[in-house]
Design a protein around this ligand. Structure first.
Ligand SMILES: [Zn+2]
Length: 131
């Protein structure tokens, strides 16, 4: 089933997002590492702050040591879109919210088993819903 999209103009997003959230989601910014630390012990779901799309389960989070919230598996394959990104002269894979098409972070191949993936996500654009 295709994700129902939430499309807004930049002016509309600016009314509901903080400047920091807008910079990451709509302008592909990156937060300073350590900006947003979530406890590994808390159980719940991480949602996109802009549209409420569930992105990750707490149980799929791990401590990567990077200062960015890191996950090894998404909430579902439909939750996000992966797209090649050649910014800053190197090839990376961008992670995009499937609902609002906001930039979330990047995915790397150096995560823990079983997936070996590391979803490196900006914490400022995550909303944690405790179980
Ligand atoms: Zn979203």
């Amino acid at each position: 089933m295709a994700m129902e999209k939430l499309i807004k103009s930049d002016a509309e997003w600016k009314k509901i997002l903080t400047p920091e959230q807008f910079n990451i989601l709509r302008e592909k910014g990156t937060e300073v590492p350590g900006s947003c630390v979530f406890s590994l012990k808390a159980e719940g779901v991480y949602q996109c702050v802009a549209c409420g799309n569930p992105l990750f389960f707490s149980g799929k989070k791990f401590e990567s040591g990077t200062g960015w919230p890191s996950f090894f598996e998404p909430y579902s394959n439909e939750a996000m879109i992966l797209k090649e990104d050649f910014a800053h002269g190197r090839k990376r894979t961008e992670v995009i919210c499937a609902r609002c098409e906001g930039h979330l972070g990047h995915i790397f191949d150096d995560g823990p088993p079983p997936t070996r993936k590391r979803y490196c996500i900006n914490g400022i654009i995550l909303k944690f819903i405790k179980k």
